[in-house]
Structure formats: structure tokens, C-alpha cells
Design a protein around this ligand. Structure first.
Ligand code: FES
Ligand SMILES: [Fe+2]
Length: 398
């Protein structure tokens, strides 16, 4: 069958540019996973980092007896909230014969499989009942476990701990790494969330996120910056555990939102951290006023990812509609990245050779080196060695 590539691109752009600021309700029985199979085949895949917490979905959509589905690292999940308020995440597959558990029923305490009625406690995955057993059967259902993952609520997300395949059952009570959270510098703040699917693998999502040189081209807008505002910058970086920090600095003079902060008449400083496997923390302080965000790029499959932003702030706390305005501009900003990466994904389908240049792409080089070290360490090849020996000064124009 002949395929018109231009037509394919148009369709893809139309279906993928919808930016979700909230994942609306969706009946579990109609659950459809993202990533059409043709794209999974054509987009380059990448290695994934396990034994980490990843955000599966917004936690506000988990309420009542509703079951929701999500995909993390290629693993289909069914999520819900127990009557006691605790979240759960199970592999969306019955251990008996593999039907998605999301096709079954949840009564607030147990998840019952639609096919033969096996009932599971969903946080542990323990089987509590097999209706077909008779009084002479010796099989003990409680010895059977469906796959369940540690799942906790933080910053409005359901975070799921995804263990390395073959690691065996992991409990929430095990000594797990702490759950990521956007820093809050006070108790009174507003917050907002944004999310966007990206049709490329996590590496491209992450290096797109930390790339300083695309700003004047991708994010041109009267309220942000123009291409003419490009100028030379010098930024200081330092190594931090499993990542790097753009040291405290006065933020970019050519961007309007930062200029707005000038109204407070105090020095403005920004710190930006990147931490494996996928996290960018930004904290802006202006005297007692602050803005912080946590941006994560989560691999839904080895070839696709999703960007999630949670922001918290006390800046302009009393300005009416400030959350609506922040979501509008934040949404525009993320959509500009998303649209660019949808176009980039068209190019990446053909597996081109790529390049990273100094200094603008040096953070991307550090990311790849950090990831490689982490993957090797997880295979038992010694301690993960940090690619940075010490503080570094980088220069670029943006
Ligand atoms: S397939 Fe789930 S109980 Fe049989
Ligand atoms: Fe961007």
C-alpha cells in the first residue's frame, strides 16, 4: 500500500498536538493504550532505567471504584484508589490467563477478574479468592500474587516504582528511593499541572528539555523572547549526585516572565537541577517570593515518552486568575516543544546520524554519560562514575 508521508504527518500532528492539562474520566472497560503500533515499530527505542519512581497519571482521576489504565516503560498498568484512600498499581494482566484486570470489577477493596472471578487485594497483588475451588482442592489462593507495584500519591500524581525485570516482588515497605517532589518554600502556594505526549524516546525528550539553544527559535513570542534577543551567555554547572546543577544565577534577561519579577525589586536567582532518570527541578527566588517546578520525562514505552510539569508558586499569589494565566502560558510553552518534537520524530523515523556540539549540547552529553554509567552499575559493572570532575563554565548564545 502506498503511503503519502505528508498525509501521515498531517494526521499525526492533528491527533497528537492536543495538550492535556487534565486527564478526563474514561471508562476502564474502554481502556485504550497510547502509541499506535506503527509508530512503535518506526521510532528508535532506547534503554530504560528501572528501580525508580515514575509518574503514571494524575491522582485526581483515581476516585471511587473507577479503574484507570496507564503505560509505563512498556508495562500496561491498572490503577485505582482503595476505600481507605491508598492508591494501587497492578500489571494490567490477570496471572491466571492474562485478560486485562481493568476489564474486571473493583469494589473499593478487591479487584475481581472478569474471566473466572479470581479476587485480588490490589496493593499487594495477593489473591484472596478463587471461586472455582472445591472443598477437596488443596490450592491456597493466598500463595498466588498478581504483579503489583508500589504506588504513592505526591504532587497530584500517582507515582509507581518500576523494579528491574526479574527483581521479584517489591513492597512499598522495602527500602525504596524517596518519591520526587517539587520543592515548596512555604505553606501558602498555588500550583498547576501540564502534560504532553511526545512521539519520541525518552532520550530525545530529555535532551530537548535541557537544550538551551532552541529557546529563541521554538519559544518565540512577544511575551517570552524574540529571535533578535539572542545573546551570549555564560553559565556555571556543578556535579550533584546522579545529575548536575546550573548554579544559582540571575535568570535570562531576555524573557518577559522574569522581567515581571522585577516588580518585587529584589535580586532574582534561579537554580536548575537535572537528576537521573528524568527530572528537572527549577527554583526561582526573589526575596520571599518563589516559583518552583518539577518536570519529568517518563518513558511510556521504549520509543515514546510523556512530559509532565508540576509547578508551585507564591508569586502574584493575590492576582486574580493567576493559575489560569499561568496554565495558559505554560501550556503554550509546552505545546511549542511538543509540536517541534512531533516534527523531529518524523525525521528520527529514518534513523539519521546525529551530533552534539559544545558548549550548547554539553548538558546532553552529561545526560548520556550519566545514564550509561547508571545502566552499567545496574548490571553490576562497578560504581556509577560521574562524568563531571568538578564545576564547569559553559558558554552559548541563546
Ligand atoms: S483469567 Fe483472570 S481469573 Fe481467569
Ligand atoms: Fe523548550
Amino acid at each position: 500500500m502506498a503511503i503519502n508521508p505528508t498525509e501521515g504527518l498531517t494526521t499525526q500532528v492533528e491527533t497528537k498536538t492536543r495538550l492535556k492539562t487534565d486527564m478526563g474520566p474514561e471508562p476502564a472497560s474502554l481502556a485504550i493504550y497510547p502509541s499506535p503500533p506503527t509508530e512503535v515499530e518506526t521510532q528508535p527505542t532506547t534503554a530504560l532505567i528501572y528501580d525508580e519512581w515514575y509518574p503514571a497519571m494524575r491522582s485526581q482521576s483515581l476516585k471511587g471504584k473507577r479503574l484507570r489504565t496507564a503505560m509505563l516503560l512498556g508495562i500496561p498498568l491498572v490503577l485505582g484508589r482503595k476505600a481507605d484512600g491508598g492508591l494501587f498499581a497492578m500489571r494490567d494482566s490477570c496471572p491466571h490467563r492474562g485478560i486485562p484486570l481493568s476489564c474486571g470489577w473493583f469494589d473499593g477493596d478487591r479487584l475481581t477478574c472478569k474471566y473466572h472471578g479470581w479476587a485480588f487485594e490490589p496493593r499487594s497483588g495477593q489473591c484472596r479468592e478463587i471461586p472455582s475451588l472445591t472443598s477437596i482442592d488443596t490450592l491456597d489462593p493466598s500463595k498466588i500474587y498478581a504483579v503489583a507495584f508500589p504506588c504513592e500519591e505526591r504532587d497530584g500524581y500517582a507515582w509507581v516504582f518500576v523494579p528491574k525485570p526479574g527483581r521479584g516482588r517489591v513492597r512499598g515497605s522495602d527500602n525504596l528511593p524517596s518519591i520526587p517532589e517539587t520543592p515548596k518554600l512555604g505553606t501558602r502556594y498555588r500550583s498547576a499541572h501540564l502534560t504532553a505526549d511526545l512521539p519520541c524516546n525518552i532520550d530525545h525528550g530529555i535532551i530537548g528539555l535541557m537544550d538551551p539553544a532552541h529557546g529563541p527559535f521554538v519559544h518565540q513570542a512577544w511575551w517570552w523572547r524574540t529571535r533578535q534577543s539572542i545573546h551570549e551567555k555564560e553559565k556555571h554547572f556543578e556535579p550533584i549526585p546522579e545529575g548536575f546543577r546550573m548554579s544559582a544565577h540571575a535568570p535570562s534577561g531576555n524573557s518577559a516572565p522574569y522581567k515581571l519579577l522585577g516588580v518585587y525589586g529584589e535580586p532574582i536567582t534561579t537554580i536548575i537541577d537535572f537528576v537521573l532518570p528524568n527530572r528537572r527541578y527549577e527554583t526561582i527566588q526573589c526575596g520571599p517570593k518563589w516559583f518552583s517546578s518539577l518536570t519529568t520525562v517518563t518513558p511510556t514505552t521504549p520509543s515514546h515518552c510523556r512530559i509532565d510539569v508540576v509547578a508551585a508558586w507564591n508569586i502574584f499569589y493575590n492576582v486574580p486568575l493567576v493559575t489560569t494565566i499561568a496554565k495558559f502560558f505554560g501550556g503554550r510553552f509546552v505545546r511549542q516543544d511538543q509540536e517541534t518534537m512531533i516534527q523531529q520524530a518524523e525525521g528520527l523515523k529514518h534513523n539519521p546520524s546525529l551530533m552534539l556540539i559544545d558548549d550548547a549540547d554539553r548538558p546532553a552529553k552529561w545526560y548520556f554519560a550519566l545514564k550509561q554509567a547508571r545502566l552499567e552499575a545496574s548490571e553490576g559493572k562497578g560504581e556509577a562514575k560521574h562524568p563531571m570532575a568538578g564545576p564547569v563554565k559553559l558558554r552559548w548564545r541563546s
